[in-house]
Design a binder for this molecule. Structure first.
Ligand SMILES: Nc1nc2c(c(=O)[nH]1)N=C([C@H](O)[C@@H](O)CO)CN2
Length: 119
């Protein structure tokens, strides 16, 4: 299956379980890999048949910034469900990193893989 991917999408939002984290914005970094048949878009050279990575990036950013979250697991799940529902994606992986959360680690995070239930 072809893929469309978005690497290192940065989103500043309220994220974290501790009280001090609820007062500030922190950076999340997302990597998305989405199954998509790219052959139709390529055949017609037409964005209408493509999975528009700009539209996906905008939707993901808006979703994450729409409410505070405690866990990055919840962010990953909500992003996956949004993309499966709104963009007709059948299968994807969502990786969410929270750089700076652990002092001696470059980054920490989660990765999930989801498939639309009707495929
Ligand atoms: N698996 C997770 N572990 C932790 C999370 C998380 O979202 N998922 N969050 C925190 C705190 O918010 C932390 O980032 C503060 O530094 C701790 N562990």
């Amino acid at each position: 299956m072809d893929k469309v991917f978005i690497e290192e999408l940065c989103v500043y939002t309220t994220i974290g379980v501790y009280d001090w984290e609820k007062q500030i914005k922190q950076k999340l970094v997302l990597d998305l890999i989405m199954d998509w048949d790219n052959s139709l878009a390529a055949a017609d050279d037409d964005l209408r048949y493509a999975l528009n990575y700009a539209a996906v990036s905008e939707a993901v950013t808006s979703l994450i910034q729409a409410q505070p979250y405690e866990l990055i697991e919840t962010v990953a799940e909500h992003v996956a469900q949004l993309l499966l529902r709104e963009f007709a994606i059948t299968h994807l992986t969502v990786k969410v990193r929270k750089p700076g959360a652990v002092a001696n680690a470059l980054s920490v995070g989660v990765s999930i893989e989801r498939t639309r239930s009707d495929v």
